[in-house]
Design a protein around this ligand. Structure first.
Ligand SMILES: C[S@@+](CC[C@H](N)C(=O)[O-])C[C@H]1O[C@@H](n2cnc3c(N)ncnc32)[C@H](O)[C@@H]1O
Length: 274
């Protein structure tokens, strides 16, 4: 593999394009990261310059190269029961939610769900804490910009080292053991998976057509790449579909300096609609 230089004017092209298409705001310092992470791709495609790769990227109407580019420069890192303090908080909040739900309907949005650990954690949590779980009408909307991670989420196969960290009882209730290419994997059980609707959805550029409210929204570790304008607009949209009292979960390193009149910080990056 030979090293291809990324010229400043080429970086600007990528920067403008990626901001327009996905709302990701790449600072000047990210030039080295783009060069480093995309060099292999240029070699694979037998392209000699980043300008050629830019033309390739913008002419791909399938959007697959854009997905590849976004995956290369961002992170899909996730895990089951990430941000433990939030799950502890949710345990305390659950009785009030249950009491307010006479119709036994729960609707949750996992926005930027990556490979599915977050929506499946929500289900495992509810399965564990709702005594009559089966009698509830639960739907999780799980969305992401990347078709690659969504395919993983839909397959619902996880490595043993990831799943075996969970309590044994939970694993037995929520997963089936399967062999994938002669390797032991844990597959999320079908009756849980069918409660999740996975959708390809760009939080910045796709139309916000949601009319019904969500009982809670998880948007954790997603907005780290967004600039203030996009972050502000997205939070405003969330406040439109959260009823009074409902929580919005962000990543532990994320905090809001705006929307103080509509969202109250409860701690551990949990905000409540007021
Ligand atoms: C670091 S992962 C976080 C996964 C999970 N929420 C968690 O906290 O474990 C960030 C996810 O956000 C997705 N993402 C980034 N920009 C997005 C956008 N504009 N619209 C939708 N999803 C986006 C990425 O594809 C990635 O899967």
């Amino acid at each position: 593999m030979f090293e291809i230089e990324l010229k400043p004017e080429e970086f600007t092209l990528f920067r403008n394009y990626i901001y327009k298409k996905v709302g990701i705001s790449l600072s000047e310092q990210k030039s080295t990261l783009v060069k480093g992470r995309l060099n292999k791709r240029l070699n694979q495609l037998s392209l000699n310059s980043f300008r050629d790769y830019y033309d390739y990227l913008i002419s791909d109407i399938s959007g697959e190269e854009l997905t590849f580019f976004v995956s290369a420069i961002s992170t899909n890192v996730t895990s089951f029961f990430r941000e433990s303090a939030q799950w502890i908080w949710l345990e305390g909040y659950l009785p009030a939610l249950i009491a307010s739900k006479k119709d036994k309907k729960i609707r949750i949005w996992s926005a930027g769900c990556s490979s599915g650990e977050e929506p499946y954690t929500i289900l495992m949590f509810l399965q564990h804490h709702l005594p009559d779980f089966q009698s509830w009408d639960i739907k999780i909307l799980a969305t992401d910009i990347s078709s690659k991670v969504l395919s993983k989420a839909i397959a619902g196969h996880y490595e043993s080292k990831q799943v075996e960290l969970l309590p044994k009882e939970m694993v037995m209730k929520s997963f089936d053991k399967v062999q994938v290419d002669s390797v032991l994997r844990y597959q999320i059980r079908p009756f849980l998976k069918q409660k999740v609707v996975f959708r390809l959805y760009n939080l910045i550029t796709d139309p916000f057509f949601f009319k019904n409210k969500f009982d809670m929204i998880f948007c954790r570790n997603v907005m780290i790449y967004f600039d203030d304008v996009n972050r502000h607009e997205l939070i405003e949209k969330y406040t439109r579909v959260l009823p009074k009292g409902a929580p919005l979960f962000l990543g532990s390193s994320e905090s809001l300096t705006t929307h103080k009149e509509t969202l109250k910080l409860l701690g551990s990056s949990i905000y409540q609609k007021i």
